[in-house]
Write a protein that binds this ligand. Structure first.
Ligand SMILES: *Cc1c(COP(=O)(O)O)cnc(C)c1O
Length: 341
């Protein structure tokens, strides 16, 4: 298959429309059979539930070309599961896992010229989303829903590669304190934009959100989870009911304990404890794992010593192992790699 004439190495994390997208509509209690279409625009009621009451959610995953030329997705079944949980919490009809996976395969096969080649540093980012497209005016769930999936070739999320990130801690909450912080929905992103924008205006890469109830425990950033490493080499990640359960984080914790033989802990992480850690990273599909250099709080700046110039040694091992699994150069745990073409 002839590839598109794209300068893969210079891609950013931005939207480039491709030839096809997948769409299915839910009416009268059933999803229709779905189809690939070419129109990148969505036409919905001016009174759509998504627009009026934010009844909308999304997922994000990546498709890779492996070292031996296969095209694969990384754990897409977990994205399908998570979208089901989010849809239930937002009172939307669920899109079945088998249909999610079939849509993914059809979408990628229709857009093969846009799948970045192995070694280019770029990947194909997949964006499934589900929203209330039918009209509501009284506060209620919408009478009609749309599931769509598009793809776009992307480069790294944080330009400058592994240059350590500088984070800021503000007094804003990322999401409602209970019940919604663990769902992947635009409403939580909308609430995080202000703090993220302030952080960037102040010269930081991102804002670190603390728990809403006590403002003492580390939660996550607007779109990525945390992983820390203690001085004795234990990999620690915050536990909280309002953190979005990152698939990258779950995978990195498994890599740490089952492949690298490291001690791991998922537990509440007080902000005060960060100064005792030796490494820290932000993880997510987009960020993979990006090292943190410093965190600026109301009481001053905390430096993560081994992250200041480059990735710390354990962050590096986690990064190399996970990306090796995704690119087919490191053997994958059972079920992690979903073949497409
Ligand atoms: C998507 C997302 C993440 C990262 O999750 P992955 O499954 O690893 O991509 C982290 N935090 C938030 C708020 C998210 O929406």
């Amino acid at each position: 298959m002839e590839k598109k004439n794209i300068d893969w190495a210079s891609l950013n994390f931005t939207y480039i429309p491709t030839d096809y997208r997948y769409v299915s509509t839910y009416r009268n209690g059933v999803w229709d059979e779905g189809a690939l279409i070419t129109d990148p625009n969505v036409t919905i009621s001016e009174s759509a539930g998504a627009l009026q009451y934010a009844q909308t959610c999304f997922e994000g995953l990546k498709v890779y070309t492996t070292s031996d030329g296969r095209i694969v997705a990384f754990r897409p079944d977990l994205n399908a599961d998570r979208m089901i949980e989010t849809a239930e919490r937002l009172l939307m009809p669920v899109f079945a896992k088998e249909r999610f996976l079939a849509a993914l395969t059809a979408l990628v096969k229709a857009n093969l010229p846009y799948v970045p080649p192995y070694g280019s540093g770029a990947t194909l980012y997949i964006r499934p989303y589900l929203f209330g497209s039918g009209p509501v005016i009284g506060v209620a769930p919408a009478p009609e829903y749309t599931f769509r999936m598009f793809c776009t070739p992307v480069g790294p999320y944080f330009k400058g590669g592994i240059k350590p990130l500088r984070l800021q801690v503000s007094s804003y909450d990322r999401a409602a304190p209970r019940g919604t912080g663990h769902i992947k929905a635009g409403l939580n992103y909308a609430m995080s934009l202000f703090a993220g924008h302030e952080a960037k205006k102040n010269g930081f890469s991102e804002n670190l959100f603390l728990d809403a109830a006590t403002s003492t425990f580390v939660e996550e950033t607007g779109g990525a989870n945390f992983i820390f490493v203690t001085k004795d080499g234990t990999v620690v990640t915050p536990k909280s009911p309002s953190i979005l359960p990152s698939i990258t984080r779950r995978s990195l914790m498994y890599v740490a304990s089952e492949i690298l033989g490291l001690k791991t802990e998922e537990r509440p992480v007080p902000l005060k404890e960060i100064s005792s850690f030796s490494e820290g990273g932000l993880c997510g599909t987009a960020a993979v794992i990006s090292p943190i250099g410093s965190i600026t709080t109301a009481d001053g700046e905390i430096f993560l010593p081994s992250g200041m110039e480059q990735m710390g040694p354990i962050t590096r091992k986690l990064y190399d192992t996970l990306t090796g699994i995704q690119m087919g150069t490191v053997p994958a745990p059972e079920g992690w790699i979903y073949p497409i073409a």
